[in-house]
Design a protein around this ligand. Structure first.
Ligand SMILES: Cc1cc2nc3c(=O)[nH]c(=O)nc-3n(C[C@H](O)[C@H](O)[C@H](O)COP(=O)(O)OP(=O)(O)OC[C@H]3O[C@@H](n4cnc5c(N)ncnc54)[C@H](O)[C@@H]3O)c2cc1C
Length: 305
């Protein structure tokens, strides 16, 4: 029996773990990946918006966090496969058959990139489909490319690709791009960029690597193919809430609903970080939520808080 089991070792889960440890709570962190950090592994931009930090990318932050937790007393298990959880009983069942129990559970499983789910998407990962223009744009230099999505992330990546690619076509399913005004102004001034709104990419085609995309436009009679040498997909994220889908109250997009103490619809089950925060998914929000949950748990257990 532990005081607290935390599921997920991204910034939220690890912030909670540090606070729980500091407050004298016996804490176990369970992470499905083979290393800590969560989305920080995908951050190739500078991190300059967390007070006191000015780091080249998420990997630098992971290194600092690893250093900071190495002498702490909480347990951290990576590559853990959770079969199911019983939030009311505060039990976690592992695929290995092991059963774990705590007084409080903290759910910190974050979000994952949404996929299009179209033919070719899985086949051409790393063979013309890139994940990040900051990291990979030189791989597509000199090629015509397609960016799928219309939010900040899609448009920012398109602008970066336009620095090295002759043409960049943004394909977005809605009537208008949802990116911030500064990005939209940059698009207007960039003759390499074309925007297809009310349009969907329905297939990614090629042999050894990406050679074309199939596009369906609302005002076109039939799908057409556009030759491209690269694709980048940024169509948002979805929360990792499969484990609790029928057990905790979720919003209509699947995010965990919480109160001001980060507590879910079940007493002593908390949700922190992006999995419960569709509005301001940031490192600072995630870390703050971790501290809140730990302090609430400690005060309920009459530990120093
Ligand atoms: C490209 C990019 C750039 C970004 N840049 C910035 C920035 O500059 N500044 C900023 O503040 N934020 C930035 N963010 C957002 C920031 O990374 C997230 O807000 C933050 O990582 C959220 O932390 P989290 O712990 O809630 O979730 P995550 O980081 O998503 O971590 C969740 C963890 O839970 C684990 N997990 C999931 N399911 C299970 C399961 N069933 N069992 C066990 N473990 C599980 C995952 O493997 C993961 O390790 C960026 C994000 C991206 C993708």
């Amino acid at each position: 029996m532990h005081d607290v089991i935390i599921i997920g070792a991204g910034p939220a889960g690890l912030s909670a773990a540090l606070w729980c440890d500091d407050l004298g709570l016996d804490t176990l962190v369970l992470e499905s990946g083979d290393e800590i950090g969560g989305q920080l592994k995908q951050v190739y931009n500078r991190i300059e918006n967390y007070p006191g930090l000015n780091l080249a990318n998420g990997h630098e932050l992971i290194a600092q966090i690893s250093e900071g937790i190495k002498d702490k007393d909480f347990d951290l298990w990576t590559s853990v496969e959770i079969e199911s959880i019983n939030p009311k009983a505060k039990k976690v069942f592992l695929r290995s058959g092991e059963e774990l129990q705590a007084i409080a559970l903290i759910f910190a499983t974050g979000v994952r990139r949404r996929r299009l789910g179209i033919p070719g998407e899985a086949d051409f990962q790393g063979r013309g489909i890139i994940e990040s223009a900051t990291r990979d744009r030189q791989l597509l230099a000199g090629r015509d490319v397609c960016v799928v999505g219309g939010g900040d992330a899609a448009v920012e990546n398109a602008l970066l690709l336009a620095e090295v690619c002759p043409t960049v076509t943004i394909v977005h399913r809605s009537k208008k791009l949802g990116a911030r005004t500064a990005f939209l102004q940059q698009i207007q001034n960039n003759h390499c960029l074309t925007v297809f709104t009310e349009s969907n990419v329905t297939r990614i085609l090629g042999n050894e690597a990406v050679e074309a995309v199939e596009i369906v436009r609302k005002d076109a009679l039939k799908p057409f193919q556009m030759a491209v040498g690269g694709v980048l997909i940024r169509i948002g994220v979805e929360p990792n809430t499969e484990l609790v889908r029928d057990q905790l109250q979720l919003d209509d997009k699947g995010y965990v609903l919480i109160n001001s103490e980060q507590e879910t619809s079940i007493a002593n089950v908390f949700a922190i970080g992006d999995v419960a925060n569709p509005k301001s998914p940031t490192i600072s929000s995630a870390c703050g939520a971790g501290a809140t949950a730990a302090k609430v748990i400690a005060s309920r257990m009459n530990k120093r808080s």
